[in-house]
Design a protein around this ligand. Structure first.
Ligand code: CA
Length: 366
C-alpha cells in the first residue's frame, strides 16, 4: 500500500485500513515457512515532559495503536524527556541507535543545521494544514527525509499545535520601540528574529520560566497556547497575553526512527507504524483545537488582557525573518535546497488560503 493511498482516508479510517493490510500481510506470511510476525519491543525517547500532556500524548497514541493493530506484538515503550535521554538530545539518540525511535521537533536541532527547522516550522511559515499538505503531497516529506537520511533517521509527521500564542508580557507592547532591550524567553529562530527587533531572547526550559518571570529576570515569555500556558500560571504575574505567535504558525512534531531499525521491520509493521503516526498527527491538532478555546475562556475570566501584536512589530518581524532565511540560504546548501521549494509552496498555498478560507474565517469569526 502506498503512503498516499492511505492518507486519502487520513483520520478515522487509517487504523482500520492498516489493520486490514496487516491481516492480509500476516495471512501471506503465515502461508510461508516464516510463519508468525515477530514480537518487537522498541523504546521511544520523547523530548517532552508528561506535563505537556497533549504533545507528550502523541507518542502514547502511536504506541497504543501499534499495540492494538498488531495484537500486542509490536510494543513501543514511551519515555518522557530526560528519563532515558535528555529532551534536546533525542535526535542524537535515534541517530546513534541508543533508542529505536523518538518524538521530538526538528527545530531543536537548528544548531546542527538550520534546515532541520523545515521539519517543524519557520517563523511566518506554513500553518498546520499547509504543513500537512506540504509533507504528504507537496514534496516536504521527500525533501526532509533526504536531509534526515544523512543522520541515519527516517522522519514522520507526529502532531501539530496549530498557531501558538505570542506569550505573556509584564508590560504592554504598543510599538516596535517597546521591544528594545526586552528580555523574553523565546528559543530558536523566533529568538534570533526577536534579537533583530532589538529584544534580548532567552532560552529557558518550561519549569524555569515562571520563577524568572516572577522575579523580573525576564520581561516576557512564550510557551505554547492557552491550554498549556494556563497550567504554568503566567496569568498571575504577567497579565498581557499577546497573539499571534508568528514564530510558530503551525509547528509540527515528529517521530524519528533509526534507519537500520526501520529497515529491519516486517512490511506490515512499517504500514502499521505509518498509519499510527498519521493518526497521532491528526489527533494532536484536534486535541489542541478542542482544549485551547476552553482554556482561553477561563484565562479571560481570570482577568487576562488579550492583545494583538502591533502592526509595526508584525511587519518588521516578517521582514527580518525572510532576511534571515535569505542569509542562511546563501551559505547553507541543504537549507537553500529545501527553502527554495518550501517558499514556492508557501506562496501558492497562501494564494488559495487567503481566498475561501480567510474570507470564510473572517466573516464567521466575529
Ligand atoms: Ca512556543
Amino acid at each position: 500500500m502506498q503512503r498516499r493511498d492511505f492518507l486519502k482516508g487520513a483520520g478515522v479510517g487509517v487504523a482500520a485500513s492498516a489493520a486490514a493490510a496487516l491481516q492480509a500481510c500476516a495471512k501471506k506470511e503465515s502461508a510461508g515457512a516464516a510463519g508468525e510476525l515477530p514480537a518487537i519491543h522498541w523504546r521511544l525517547a520523547s523530548s517532552f515532559p508528561k506535563s505537556l500532556d497533549t504533545i507528550y500524548g502523541a507518542a502514547e497514541v502511536l504506541a497504543n495503536r501499534l499495540d492494538k493493530i498488531t495484537g500486542g506484538k509490536f510494543q513501543i515503550r514511551v519515555y518522557a524527556g530526560g528519563e532515558i535521554v535528555p529532551g534536546l538530545q533525542v535526535m542524537d539518540a535515534v541517530q546513534q541507535g541508543t533508542v529505536e525511535c523518538g518524538h521530538t521537533a526538528g527545530y531543536y536541532y537548528v544548531g546542527k543545521n538550520m534546515a532541520y527547522a523545515f521539519d517543524t516550522c519557520l517563523p511566518f511559515g506554513l500553518t498546520a494544514r499547509q504543513q500537512n499538505a506540504w509533507m504528504y503531497f507537496g514534496g516536504g516529506l521527500e525533501l526532509t527525509r533526504e536531509l534526515f537520511k544523512s543522520a541515519n533517521i527516517i522522519n514522520f509527521p507526529g502532531g501539530n499545535t496549530g498557531v501558538q500564542m505570542g506569550g505573556w508580557f509584564r508590560k504592554e507592547v504598543n510599538s516596535l520601540a517597546d521591544l528594545k532591550g526586552l528580555k523574553m524567553r523565546i528559543p530558536g529562530i523566533g529568538g534570533q528574529i526577536m534579537a533583530r527587533l532589538g529584544a534580548v531572547p532567552q532560552t529557558l526550559a518550561g519549569g524555569d520560566i515562571y520563577p524568572a518571570l516572577e522575579r523580573g529576570a525576564i520581561d516576557a515569555a512564550e510557551w505554547v497556547g492557552p491550554y498549556d500556558d494556563e497550567k504554568l500560571g503566567f496569568a498571575k504575574i504577567a497579565k498581557n497575553y499577546y497573539y499571534p505567535g508568528w514564530w510558530e504558525g503551525g509547528p509540527q512534531l515528529s517521530f524519528y526512527v533509526n534507519i537500520e531499525k526501520w529497515n529491519a521491520l516486517p512490511e506490515a509493521y512499517k504500514q502499521a507504524f505509518e498509519a499510527a503516526a498519521a493518526e497521532a498527527n491528526v489527533n494532536m491538532l484536534a486535541a489542541y483545537d478542542h482544549k485551547n478555546p476552553i482554556a482561553l475562556q477561563s484565562l479571560v475570566k481570570a482577568g487576562v488582557q488579550l492583545h494583538a501584536f502591533p502592526q509595526d512589530v508584525m511587519a518588521e518581524a516578517e521582514r527580518a525573518a525572510f532576511e534571515l532565511y535569505d542569509e542562511e540560504a546563501a551559505k547553507n546548501e541543504s537549507f537553500r535546497k529545501i527553502y527554495t521549494e518550501w517558499k514556492k509552496y508557501r506562496d501558492t498555498e497562501i494564494q488559495w488560503f487567503k481566498l475561501a478560507e480567510a474570507s470564510y474565517d473572517n466573516f464567521v469569526n466575529k
